[in-house]
Design a protein. Sequence first.
Length: 342
Amino acid sequence: MDTPVSVTHDDGIDSLRFADPHSNFKLKDTPLNQRPTDSQAMLNFAKATPQQSNLDDTPGKQQPISTALRPTRSHCNTLIPIARLPFDIMARIFADILHALRWNMPEVVALATVCQDWYSTMLDAPYLWSHIDFDQPEFVQPFIQRSCNSPLHILDRGPRMSIMDICISFSPTGPAYSKPTPPSMIDLEPYTHRIQTLDLSLTSSCLQHLLKIIRLSPILPQLKQLRITHRQNRDRDAQLHINAMAVDTKIISPFLDTMILTDMIWHASSYANLRKLSLTFNNPEFTSSQVLDYVNSILTQSPRLQDLCVRFWNDPRGQTKSHFPTLSLPLLKNLPPTNDCP
């Protein structure tokens, strides 16, 4: 009866040994990750001469054996080149996985450290490191370095400052933009030319830092999409801050293609250069009539707008979605809201 074989670990190296404790015979000391695959082993066997294979040393049987192995050798020659997926396919698979994980930075690191091949693939695809979440500051600098020159996608959804602190920074008598960059945040000024999307909370310190940069030197040439979420209750001070930030954002609005806002009302002229606009009103204080009046004012001042999506609460049962496909702006104002917003 064959002695069973087990996998043991010697100093972190996998090796195969006979499980029989009385047997000192070692089947193989080669680490598992250095051993040939089944297809490679089959190919090596198929390429071997009859003398090397030790199947039979009889001269009369050497040629039939070589002939019999020819289909196997041909089959292995076909399989081995595709044993590893091409780089572009692997990179696309990684991108889809990370998108489903919302580009969580620890998940990116976990995926890259599965094996050396995956790590090499991800290093050769800098855009897989280009989603920077400032809510996880320990990953920011390494990710920016590995992203090389890829466009950056900046995220910071966690609140860092109170509304009162933010309003003081916008006060004409207050120390406007004089506060230093928080120690946990990297200075974004050297990378502003690479920023393509922003997904920020209204109260995040990252947003305040960016507004400071924009006011001093408006250089965001690649910025295409801006998403800002306001999660606080509506009050007068918060609305004053929103209005002040809207003025600053006008500086960069010529570069913007898409804007996504939650529980925020800016002056309708702020969207004049946009192609896509999405507005979400989760706070019940925003009434349906107020939102629709606001939408009409946007449409009269947004000649380039092609797609407008509005979501708002209009009754206790849930959220109503209104979508306005813009084919002709003069007609758009008369179109009733529909419930097909994606």
